[in-house]
Design a protein around this ligand. Structure first.
Ligand SMILES: [Fe+2]
Ligand SMILES: [Fe+2]
Length: 315
């Protein structure tokens, strides 16, 4: 089994939540994922101190990172920077590689830049990015789970006001299907959604699993996650993939699991969920998850205990 922690929309400017940013490190240390994916919008505005704050937060992870830019990471206030040097600060402080790639065991994650200078909120994957998809994904052995991350969404969450999606979404999905991509990880909407491209593009061949994360560390959640924060834990098992959506619980001061989706792996042979096999694997995973929950709780309590001022012995 390999694990991805998927966080998004950090927005390291007002209204950033440093307490949640710190908690995510704690969760990640106990979960110990193979890779942490950060699907864009590292800053709120293009000020250097926000990029630096985001950088410090990224440095707090002990795991490999795949970090991609979102529309907020492109300068907005300075049109010269926006059109001539759109990625300069992001590359200097956050990630110099425009297409970061993680490949270990049976898991490959490719990051793509979907931001564009000529649109404020929208995005697109052009031929340049799709060429990288083909180059990276096509040569992989069939048992490798192929994951793409791009900030902008390929399918709107159900009931979301705006039904607009990334430009040329159908073409990009078509290319990804050709390359047997299993999952697309996105952000941008500030609300989690787990589904399949078939819900929106029924004519596509087999569909790709869609995983969107809400904002993990900013008070800018939308729709059912208004004022809330979330992340996803993706586990790639031998025959299936599980995606667990975690939501921050302000009473328990913890991210807690809210829902779990199970999908079959795209492997040679018939495509369906082997229920008995999946149930056995999930039972084993639950034992491990319980252990992670307990350890995070113990660390939080130990930390809170350390913060309580002690009375001096002489008083
Ligand atoms: Fe965002
Ligand atoms: Fe965004």
């Amino acid at each position: 089994m390999q694990t991805i922690l998927h966080v998004s929309d950090i927005h390291a400017g007002h209204p950033f939540r440093p307490d949640l940013a710190e908690l995510v490190h704690l969760e990640a240390n106990e979960l110990n994922p193979d890779v942490v994916v950060v699907s864009g919008d590292l800053v709120q505005h293009e000020y250097v101190d926000q990029y630096q704050r985001a950088r410090r937060w990224l440095d707090g992870f002990k795991q490999p990172l795949i970090v991609i830019p979102g529309n907020h990471d492109v300068p907005f206030r300075n049109p010269i920077d926006r059109f001539l040097r759109p990625m300069e600060k992001f590359r200097r402080y956050i990630e110099p590689d425009p297409n970061p790639f993680f490949y270990q065991g049976d898991l490959a994650v490719l990051g793509l830049n979907s931001t564009r200078s000529f649109t404020i909120k929208g995005g697109k994957l052009g031929e340049q990015e799709l060429k990288v998809v083909r180059e990276r994904m096509k040569p992989l052995p069939p048992q490798v789970c192929r994951v793409i991350t791009a900030h902008h969404h390929f399918a709107p969450p159900p009931g979301f006001g705006s039904q607009s999606v990334i430009a040329d979404a159908k073409h990009a999905i078509h290319v990804m299907e050709e390359c047997d991509v299993d999952l697309i990880l996105s952000g941008h909407m500030h609300v989690a959604y787990i589904g399949n491209t078939l819900d929106f593009y029924p004519m596509s061949k087999r569909g790709i699993i869609i995983v969107q994360s809400g904002t993990t560390t900013s008070a800018r959640g939308k729709q059912r996650e208004k004022g809330k924060n979330s992340f996803n834990v993706i586990r790639v098992h031998e025959r299936h993939i599980s995606i667990t959506h975690h939501l921050y619980n302000s009473e328990r001061k913890r991210f807690l699991p809210m829902s779990r989706h199970l999908f079959p792996r795209r492997l040679p042979g018939e495509y369906y969920l082997r229920l008995e096999e999946t149930a056995a694997t999930e039972a084993a995973t639950s034992v491990m998850e319980k252990q992670v929950q307990v350890e995070v709780q113990q660390k939080i309590e130990a930390k809170n205990q350390a913060k309580i001022p002690t009375v001096a012995a002489s008083e």
